[in-house]
Design a protein around this ligand. Structure first.
Ligand SMILES: Nc1ncnc2c1ncn2[C@@H]1O[C@H](COP(=O)(O)OP(=O)(O)OP(=O)(O)O)[C@@H](O)[C@H]1O
Length: 269
């Protein structure tokens, strides 16, 4: 099964942001969505999750299901979206926040089975010590893990992760990326992750799509698309590409001149 996004156009007001984005994400695959700040990564994910309504374009699951025609509840059974930050206008404790992911699956009140999914997600994300705490009291990284747990409890077929590691320390970054990859494989989910770290994307994503100014510039395996030339073209920085620990690593080249200039300016002051 495949999520196929075809010719997606979108603008905020009259300002056009996405200009005919074509993407596919296959079941069991983690697709990394990379690109400079403002290139449109979040906007693509929000269009798939129907937080935004596209100007035009289509979203097909399994070639037959048109996501744009589904009712909200049907869409929520299929697609989970993990935003960058938690947005709660009233106090919920951690378990209550996570059980919200089960809403598309129960009528009225959550069942014992729904709570089982919640507890499993809590275990997977290592959130046990936070149970009972209000989400309004959590640190940014803890709240981000609650959001990921909520999306897992939702048991989606399509998982959209919007920079899920941006607030996490290195241990939880690696744990979350490992978990994302593991879930895509074991639960056969089609997952798209917006992510900035090129080396982490290379290590955990099956394929990478590069977005620039609302256009898909390249799609392929990390080895194919992460070239020094492309990274320089996209980000304006020089990098070395090395192969280590079985994956590509992107190492920015030092710019000693600017450091020296800064140091002498400080010394002169
Ligand atoms: N709610 C909004 N209203 C108007 N313009 C917006 C809104 N959200 C995003 N934009 C603009 O749309 C463009 C794409 O933003 P988007 O957040 O999708 O980029 P991104 O690639 O996810 O960026 P980042 O890496 O910084 O998170 C940017 O120019 C941004 O300023």
């Amino acid at each position: 099964m495949t999520l196929r996004i075809t010719d997606l156009h979108f603008g905020y007001g009259r300002r056009k942001i996405l200009h005919g984005v074509d993407l596919t994400a296959h079941k069991g695959e983690l697709l990394g969505l990379l690109g400079p700040n403002g290139s449109g990564k979040s906007t693509v994910l929000k269009n798939i999750a129907r937080i935004h309504t596209p100007t035009s374009g289509s979203f097909r699951w399994d070639e037959t299901v048109a996501l744009e025609d589904l009712r909200r509840r049907e869409l929520a059974r299929l697609v989970a979206y993990v935003p960058q930050t938690i947005d709660v206008s009233f106090e919920l404790d951690v378990r209550e926040a996570i059980v919200l992911g089960r809403t598309p699956h129960f009528a009225g009140r959550p069942t014992a089975e729904d709570w089982d999914h919640v507890d499993r997600a809590i275990e997977l994300l290592g959130l046990g010590p936070l149970v009972g705490r209000s989400v309004t009291e959590l640190s940014g990284g803890q709240a981000q893990r609650v959001l990921i747990a909520r999306s897992l409890a939702q048991q989606p077929s399509i998982l959209l992760l919007d920079e899920p590691t941006s607030a996490l320390d290195i241990k939880y970054q690696l744990q979350t990326l490992r978990l994302a990859r593991q879930i895509t494989r074991t639960a056969q989910v089609a997952a798209i992750i917006a992510i900035h770290d090129l080396s982490q994307a290379a290590r955990y994503c099956d394929r990478i799509a590069f977005l620039q100014d609302g256009h898909v510039l390249a799609v392929g395996t990390p080895e194919d698309v992460l070239t020094a030339e492309r990274i320089e073209q996209m980000y304006g920085i020089e990098v070395s590409i090395i192969h280590a620990n079985g994956s590509v690593q992107v190492i920015p080249r030092d710019e000693p001149d600017s450091t020296v200039a800064l140091e002498s300016a400080t010394a002169a002051a």
